[in-house]
Design a protein around this ligand. Structure first.
Ligand SMILES: [Zn+2]
Ligand SMILES: [Zn+2]
Length: 814
């Protein structure tokens, strides 16, 4: 058969139509006949268009799924939509389109894009989190958490735009101002919010990281550990002078408490409000508002004296009480003792405001610092000095003794605190899951009975972006009767954070049509934990932590038996343009549709897999995409012209087969280890190069064999091209349903060094010699080579330059 041109458009359109016409093509058998493998990619937000980051994420996942199918696994490979969220509401405000209509049409478009890319998903599992069939189970879980005290109400601060008179999400706060009013600073307001008690699982979330060490990236585990932020220390009470109120502080270094020279409250601490009157009240409000706008960890440390003092429980000394913007309400107790001599942050704050610095701990082998000479805090452990009865003890001894004293005297205790906060899930938004509770004037907060779920999100609304939560303006939704006493009551108008939707969707994929439960535990069990989860490192903390929390809650509800939902996690790097993140505002977006049109989906997939190891960031590079396109074209022509060729002596069979088996070994190892598909693709390119070089000497049988195995290896990476060639070769069935080619270690073994023979610097032949063959033997064999003889016969050989195991260059004259 003469070679065929690589017509990527015709090939890809043909196959995406054929595949779409075969429902159930990528369906898991789920009958236990084969070992199961669950490949999960983070579900997209239906923004309207796929971006290159999606293409990369899903190309990695699809390559893995196809490889595992070929390895004989029963693969579950689902896809769905994280369909609630703010952009739909913003679009509603800006374009007068209903969020639902906007979302549904975006999903339809993006689904087409995914199919055009050739990703092998089982669309029977598809879920969309904005459908009542899905979000009713968010509500059900919420009720279960309420029953267990894991969902509760708490006053918390929210971002408030006075111009819109509405609550803003953090994403709607742009450099401290409202996203719609860029000169209106955002304020902080206190609202009753629904909160999930993630801290009830803090220690377990920390401990179970141990179960993930083999399968998760270390940097993600470190980020999770830091986010949970366990510290051991002491809680103890300073006593406010005048009122006798207790100010409970948390410290990890109680041994330094004799060096405490002030008490500092978080701006949101209830006492701050009480102690600040008149001008101070205004300063406090400004500080609270400011804190909502900035990242507290990176802001300039500021504070002011409240005019009040408190008594140190250990030393009996009076300490001034300050308010400081660097003290976090969510950490410890929201109040600290400042020990500037032994804490660098306190040191900077106290130096700035002239608060005394008093050293009380000395180095084990040194003297106590002089205050006047201190340039920075001494934060190491050491020996306590001037610490009353604990003087002379080591840090550890003093801590133990002081904890015991606090316990005995009743003013404190040893304590553990976590940086992790409970999860605020209330959103004053429309496009989310309604929180299933009712507010009754008589009974208070009443849960909606399970039988009345779902609380359906009404569709007849107007979204203006101003004033109260949109649901509060829908009378038919708002007014209801109390499930407990039957009186007139009002529904909760807050909706849930969309991170709720994404905390358990991967369980629903396995049993998506279940109308009686979130899922059937027996159906879900054999697929969990997920064998491989793949997504961006931007979700390394929140989404993954919430999913881990949700799994533990489900385990305690008796729905699953596992502690952790994901056995292995892979975080891919970003796709950038010239080192910059692609974004609409920068106008540097590379549109996948356009690239598919020009180069084809297979080229896009190969490019994203080839450009860098998948965990690293990569740059979109058009010339490299062109390189992938040319590679596919060469490969296509090679296979088509060799399909039924009857030519060839077989002289080069050994070399071709050796390279083939080396390539299979390499690609298999890449799939089985770190997915460095960039080296897999490089190996396939090298293989094709060698095959083209030796093509003339191949026997018909070897032509067939190398072509077939090359196509099979290409299958997971460029499925359209591979499938089309499979058909050209007269084969039936799907490439991903064929067994993965095995490699033969003996055939792959390099027999010896391949020495290139040059005549006057030009490549004329090659030969294999045993490794380490001496120069004289190499020279002799080079001169005897048949192909070389043609170029040297009748000429004078001046010398032969040998590079051991690599080159023999024959220099001739005449
Ligand atoms: Zn505004
Ligand atoms: Zn009632």
């Amino acid at each position: 058969m003469p070679e065929k041109t690589y017509d990527h458009q015709t090939i890809e359109v043909k196959w995406s139509e054929r595949w779409a016409a075969e429902p159930g093509l990528y369906k898991a058998k789920n009958d236990g006949s084969k070992p199961r493998y669950y490949v999960l990619e983070m579900l997209p937000y239906p923004s309207g268009r796929l971006h290159m980051g999606h293409v990369r994420n899903y190309s990695i996942g699809d390559a893995l799924a196809r490889y595992q199918w070929m390895r004989g696994y029963d693969v579950l490979h689902p896809m769905g939509w994280d369909a609630f969220g703010l952009p739909a509401e913003n679009a509603a405000i800006q374009n007068q389109r209903h969020p639902r209509e906007w979302t549904v049409s975006n999903i339809a478009h993006m689904k087409k894009q995914l199919q055009r890319m050739g990703f092998g998903y089982d669309w029977d599992c598809e879920i969309s989190t904005c459908e009542p069939e899905y979000y009713r189970w968010n509500q059900w879980f919420f009720l279960k958490m309420m029953e267990r005290g894991l969902a509760y109400r708490k006053k918390s601060l929210v971002n408030w735009c006075p111009e819109c008179a509405t609550v803003l999400a953090n994403e709607q706060v742009v450099e401290g101002c409202c996203w719609r009013h860029d000169t209106t600073p955002v304020e902080q307001r206190e609202l009753e919010q629904w909160v999930l008690r993630t801290t009830a699982y803090a220690q377990e979330l920390l401990d179970d990281i141990g179960q993930l060490e083999a399968g998760w990236p270390e940097r993600v585990l470190t980020m999770q550990r830091n986010w949970i932020g366990r510290s051991e220390g002491t809680e103890c009470d300073f006593t406010l002078e005048g009122t006798g109120q207790k100010i409970r502080v948390f410290t990890t270094r109680v041994d330094t408490i004799f060096g405490a020279t002030s008490v500092i409250l978080a701006p949101e601490h209830p006492l701050s409000k009480q102690l600040c009157e008149g001008e101070l009240a205004a300063r406090l409000k400004a500080m609270v508002d400011d804190q909502g706008r900035k990242d507290p960890e990176h802001m300039e440390k500021e504070g002011f004296f409240t005019g009040h003092s408190a008594i140190n429980p250990y030393s009996g000394e009076r300490s001034p009480v300050w308010v400081g913007n660097f003290v976090l309400m969510g950490y410890g107790t929201g109040a600290i003792m400042a020990v500037p001599a032994h804490d660098q942050r306190d040191f900077e704050f106290c130096r700035k405001y002239g608060i005394p610095v008093r050293p009380v701990i000395r180095p084990v082998d040194g003297a106590l610092a002089e205050e006047a000479t201190m340039q920075e805090a001494f934060v190491e452990y050491g020996i306590a000095e001037v610490c009353g009865p604990w003087s002379g003890l080591t840090t550890e001894e003093a801590q133990q003794g002081m904890n015991a004293c606090a316990q005995k005297e009743g003013f404190g205790k040893a304590a553990i605190t976590y940086r992790l906060k409970d999860w605020g899930v209330s959103r004053q938004r429309y496009w989310g899951t309604p929180i299933p509770v009712v507010h009754c004037p008589k009974c208070g907060v009443v849960a909606v009975p399970e039988k009345d779920l779902p609380v359906v999100l009404p569709l007849d609304i107007e979204i203006t972006g101003r004033g109260r939560s949109p649901l509060a303006n829908v009378d038919s939704f708002l007014h209801t009767s109390c499930p407990a006493c039957g009186r007139d009551a009002q529904r909760e108008t807050d909706t849930m954070d969309t991170f709720v939707d994404s905390s358990w969707y991967f369980f629903r994929y396995v049993d998506p049509g279940n109308g009686r439960a979130a899922f059937d535990p027996a159906v879900v069990k054999p697929w969990f934990p997920v064998d491989q989860y793949i997504g961006g490192v931007t979700h390394a903390i929140l989404h993954l932590l919430y999913s881990r929390f949700w799994c533990k809650v489900m385990r305690d509800l008796g729905l699953v038996e596992i502690d952790e939902p994901f056995r292995n996690l892979f975080t891919q790097g970003m796709v950038q343009l010239e080192g910059q993140t692609m974004s609409k505002s920068k106008g540097n977006i590379v549109d996948p549709d356009e690239m598919v049109e020009r180069f084809g989906a297979d080229t896009c997939r190969l490019f994203t897999l080839f450009a860098a190891p998948p965990e690293k960031d990569m740059d979109w590079d058009e010339s490299s995409a062109e390189g992938q396109f040319r590679f596919l074209g060469r490969l296509y022509r090679f296979v088509t012209r060799n399909v039924d060729s009857t030519e060839g002596s077989g002289a080069t069979d050994t070399r071709a087969l050796r390279k083939l088996h080396q390539s299979i070994r390499k690609v298999t190892q890449d799939f089985e280890s770190r997915w460095h598909f960039n080296t897999s693709i490089a190996a396939l390119m090298e293989l094709l190069n060698v095959l083209c070089q030796v093509e003339g000497g191949l026997s018909p049988a070897v032509r067939k064999e190398v072509s077939e195995k090359l196509v099979l290896m290409l299958g997971p990476l460029a499925p359209f091209t591979a499938q089309d060639l499979w058909e050209q070769m007269g084969r039936t069935g799907q490439v991903f349903q064929q067994p993965w080619p095995a490699f033969d270690e003996a055939l792959a073994k390099e027999e010896g060094a391949e020495v290139v023979i040059q005549v006057n610097g030009k490549l004329r032949s090659r030969m294999i010699v045993p490794f380490g063959t001496d120069n004289a033997t190499v020279e002799q064999r080079a001169l005897a080579d048949d192909k070389v003889r043609v170029f040297i016969d009748g000429k004078q050989v001046i010398k032969v330059i040998v590079v051991p195991d690599r080159i023999a260059n024959i220099v001739v004259k005449g």
